[in-house]
Design a protein around this ligand. Structure first.
Ligand code: CNA
Length: 256
């Protein structure tokens, strides 16, 4: 193990031992090693899709005008999500929860990999793909029902009123979910991990500013520091996420 990695794992293991209310704010970088590309990283979707303004995929105005643009992306995303397994980093936080150390997770991800790893205390601030609803009559659809419609091509429509279905994912221009609970979690953290997020998307990017404790960032690549409380960021580990959490878990005596 290289020296910088070993030193960072050693330092953070002491912080974990001393903490009782650990909180994680996770982003798309946490799932890249599972095979789901992030948005803004070097192999991210934005670069791959070559779309001028890729945030349009999750723009509610664009969805309302032309839902087929979104469903072109969604169909591919569903294929990926079905196939993937949680990473070492997801498992690490599930183990912390088992040990009574974790107050909770706020995830910006919509892939449910925290839950697949065994985490129960998960707040999905940007919603998830596990449920959908009709944008006209509000009828709810399970993951299976909507996935079947999506796989058969085109834009999925409601059985009752032929309205367009929309997954319960938060689009740009919509309110995030469970914001108050997310804020409470951040405000009670004695140690906050920010993992695999560029901290560009608000209000998730505001959450670290509420943390009264110490903040550890694990992220390679650029992050926005606009809302980060610099004095509370004890460490920024610019390492591969799985490599770091595997090393940290070994230090703590519970390999993942
Ligand atoms: P982002 O803006 O794509 O940033 C991800 C960050 O992680 C970048 O800085 C990358 O360089 C970094 N990163 C990627 N892989 C690694 C790695 N192996 N080791 C270390 N660092 C790495 O993602 P955010 O989450 O900040 O953006 C918020 C959006 C992205 C949320 O609304 C998500 O819903 C959305 N998103 C989610 C998924 C998913 O559910 N897995 C996938 C793609 C996008």
């Amino acid at each position: 193990m290289d020296q910088a990695l070993s030193a960072a794992a050693g330092q953070v293991s002491e912080m974990v031992r001393a903490s009782r209310q650990i909180v994680l704010l996770s982003g798309a970088g946490m799932s890249t090693s599972a095979g789901i590309p992030d948005f803004r990283g070097p192999d991210g979707l934005y670069r791959k899709l070559g779309i001028d303004n890729p945030e349009r995929i999750f723009d509610i105005g664009v969805f309302e005008r032309d839902p087929s643009f979104y469903y072109g992306f969604h169909r591919e995303f569903l294929r990926q999500v079905e196939a993937v397994k949680p990473t070492a980093a997801h498992r690490f936080f599930a183990r912390l929860e088992e040990r009574g150390k974790l107050a909770g997770i706020v995830t910006q991800n919509i892939d449910a990999l925290h839950q697949k790893a065994g985490s129960a205390k998960v707040l999905e601030i940007h919603g998830s793909i596990w449920k959908s609803h009709c944008t006209r009559c509000g009828k709810g659809y399970s993951y299976r029902e909507s996935a079947r419609k999506v796989e058969s091509g085109g834009v999925p429509l409601c059985d009752s009123c032929l309205g367009v279905l929309k997954p319960d994912v938060v689009f740009f221009g919509e309110n995030v979910m469970q914001l108050e609970a997310c804020q409470e979690l951040a405000a009670g953290a004695d140690l906050l991990f920010v993992v695999g997020s560029s901290l560009v998307v608000t209000p998730a990017a505001w959450l670290p500013s509420l943390c009264p404790g110490t903040i550890v960032i694990v992220n390679r690549g650029e992050i926005s520091r606009t809302y980060l409380p610099a004095s509370r960021v004890t460490l920024h580990v610019e390492e591969d996420i799985d490599t770091f959490f595997t090393a940290l878990a070994e230090r703590l005596g519970f390999p993942v």
